[in-house]
Design a protein. Structure first.
Length: 290
């Protein structure tokens, strides 16, 4: 709005002929007041953005301590990233309170959304919805995109969502790859999710590795996508057996919630559990491994 104020001068009052503030016309005074109000608003928004950046940094530090994989949805704007996130929430963590905004429009997502996805085998990851990319848009100059683009650079795996029904989808892939390179995120493992297959009439065939064809709207192919995510994100897992004493029921409860239990056998000295767990948990409870 600030540049537009200059053009209003012709329709507002003029300044008087002599010098001094008293001779200012009403129009010029209003322009100064409007300009000051807008500049104060800009300053306030900049402070809010800086606070948001600091908050995001603290949140990322906490996630790293918990050793939970972070998966970021990236791609051209309006390819269905938010729809895909909602579909995954519906399938694995159904809760209306966790739904994110989705709409058939450019930049429907400007705020960063992070949701925890817990799978049936107790493995979990954090799914991040990010702002859509677009051709010839200087993302590094737009402060409102800063926090969401930082999430991309900090992710462990990227899911590149592609609008397979768009005739220009190859060009959109190229734009997204170039943007990721500018963000320094081109070395992060990528899974390509070709979305909106329900709108495509041609026969779908796998053209490369790490590609999944889905319809987020119809929730088709989501399980296949999660399986590919699991193969890439949960490599640091160990198969083992632990004999947990009966007075350590809190450990048994923790493992039931955070590991994949294969079998449980109650013995005289404790509970014998066959399980698949994170390396960190394996090292933490090393004394109970048989």
């Amino acid at each position: 709005m600030l540049p537009k104020l200059i053009g209003l001068g012709e329709s507002l009052g003029r300044q008087g002929g002599s010098s001094g503030l008293k001779n200012r016309g009403s129009g010029e005074t209003k322009l100064e007041l409007d300009r000051r109000k807008i500049e104060d608003r800009i300053s306030g928004l900049n402070k809010e953005l800086e606070t948001l950046v600091a908050q995001r940094q603290n949140q990322r530090k906490k996630r790293k301590k918990k050793e939970i994989p972070v998966i970021a949805l990236v791609g051209y704007t309006n390819t269905g990233k938010s729809t895909l996130m909602n579909a995954m929430i519906d399938l694995f963590n159904p809760s209306t309170e966790k739904q994110v905004f989705e709409k058939d429009m450019l930049f429907a997502t400007l705020e960063t959304f992070v949701r925890s996805i817990k799978l049936p085998d107790n493995k979990s990851f954090l799914l991040t919805d990010t702002v859509g990319f677009i051709s010839k848009l200087p993302h590094h100059l737009i402060k409102a995109f800063r926090s969401t683009l930082e999430e991309v650079a900090e992710a462990d795996i990227l899911i590149h969502v592609v609008d397979y029904s768009n005739p220009q989808y190859n060009q959109q892939i190229k734009v997204t790859r170039e943007t990721l390179k500018e963000l320094g995120a081109d070395n992060i493992p990528v899974i390509y999710a070709y979305n909106k297959t329900d709108l495509v009439s041609v026969e779908i065939s796998k053209i490369a590795e790490d590609c999944v064809y889905i319809s987020a709207k119809r929730k088709e192919g989501i399980v296949d996508l999660v399986n590919v995510i699991g193969q890439k994100a949960f490599t640091a897992y160990v198969h083992c057996e632990m004999l947990i004493p009966y007075d350590k029921g809190n450990i048994v409860s923790y493992l039931n919630d955070n590991a994949t239990i294969k079998s449980t056998l109650y013995q005289g000295s404790g509970v014998l559990i066959s399980l698949e767990c994170k390396e960190a948990d394996y090292e933490r409870y090393q004394q109970y491994v048989t």
